[in-house]
Ligand binder design. Structure first.
Ligand SMILES: C[S@@+](CC[C@H](N)C(=O)[O-])C[C@H]1O[C@@H](n2cnc3c(N)ncnc32)[C@H](O)[C@@H]1O
Length: 317
């Protein structure tokens, strides 16, 4: 019963080019993180989740496993799950196994290969469950077909992907999700919490250099898809904790004067200049509840792991 919806026109090369042109024209230069996730970006992210330094996946997965029965009780039976930015099927499978008579599963995922693979894997693990992989952008939910199957939907937004958005954008995104999910919706939201800077910085700058490869893959993709001509040896990966903004920032720092061209527009980089490629905001539990409220949700329950490193919040519309 697994059905994949083809890639929408909104995910075209033209949008990638337009986002890069806009981001590289800004001061300071910054690009949206969603363009990391071509097939190679998704593969590298999968590798990141298994790194010793990358605590978020392990911590959230263990928490989900532990509180599964509590989530099931709080959520109620016959829920249709809509996952935003699934990556792999692992967390969805844990959630679906815990829920009482899940009614269906949809993932909205920007990497078409990952959308297909996740839906197929969920269908394989849960025979008979209506399953659909939508290759689409969850920041543009109005362009997506309305979530199918049941009226009482459970949104699932794990991985602290919400942290990639500046707080006002994050609140808007949560509000759009509420509208998309419809009446009686709930949302299970995974959020990484504030902790010591060394742990945070190591998670985004691992010893094996996988996160560096993930960051640089943005330029590899721009060269392949847009013929941008970035000199890959002229940029280095950087991860820093910005305590004031409560976020990890990933940058690509120019090591020498260099340039690239996209759609006839030329961009110059001075030595030391950076492209800010991703933010990962870290919240306190109170901050999670306040963000949810700004997005029009009410926090019904919030769980953390024993170290207080990661939170799962169940929100009600
Ligand atoms: C940080 S990873 C998290 C993956 C997985 N949910 C987890 O918990 O490990 C973000 C995921 O969201 C997807 N993604 C990022 N931006 C997106 C967007 N705007 N629309 C849809 N999917 C997006 C990426 O392709 C990737 O699979």
């Amino acid at each position: 019963m697994n059905k994949s919806v083809p890639l929408g026109a909104d995910l075209s090369r033209a949008l990638f080019a337009a986002d890069l042109v806009e981001g590289l024209s800004a001061a300071p230069k910054a690009t949206p993180p969603k363009w990391f996730y071509d097939a190679e970006g998704s593969r590298l992210f999968g590798e990141i989740t298994r790194l010793p330094e990358y605590y978020p996946t392990r911590t959230e997965t263990a928490l989900l496993r532990r509180i599964g029965p509590e989530i099931a009780r709080a959520v109620g039976p016959d829920r249709s799950v809509v996952e935003f930015g699934s990556g792999s099927a692992d967390k969805a499978a844990l959630l679906l196994a815990a829920l009482n008579r899940p009614a269906g599963y949809v993932c909205v995922e920007i990497d078409p290969g990952a959308a297909r693979a996740t839906a197929a894997e969920v269908a394989r693990r849960f025979p008979g469950l209506p399953t659909r992989g939508v290759a689409g952008d969850f920041t543009n939910l109005k362009a997506q077909p309305a979530a199918a199957h049941a009226t009482h939907r459970l949104g699932f937004f794990p991985g602290s992907t919400i942290g990639n958005f500046d707080p006002p954008e994050a609140a808007t995104l949560l509000s759009d999700m509420r509208e998309h999910l419809g009446r009686g919706a709930q949302l299970l939201l995974g959020v990484d919490l504030v902790k010591d800077a060394a742990t945070l910085e190591a998670a985004y700058d691992d010893a094996a250099g996988v996160t560096a490869a993930f960051n640089l893959n943005l330029l590899v993709r721009a060269n392949r898809e847009l013929g941008a001509g970035f000199d890959l040896d002229a940029f280095a990966h950087e991860a820093r904790w910005n305590a004031e903004a409560s976020r990890i920032e990933m940058h690509l720092r120019a090591l020498q004067p260099t340039s690239a061209t996209i759609d006839g527009e030329s961009f110059r980089f001075a030595p030391g200049e950076t492209i800010h490629t991703e933010s990962s905001y870290k919240y306190t539990p109170e901050g999670v509840a306040a963000l949810a409220e700004r997005g029009g949700w009410r926090t019904k329950q919030l769980w953390t792991d024993p170290k207080g490193w990661f939170a799962l919040a169940l929100l009600g519309a």
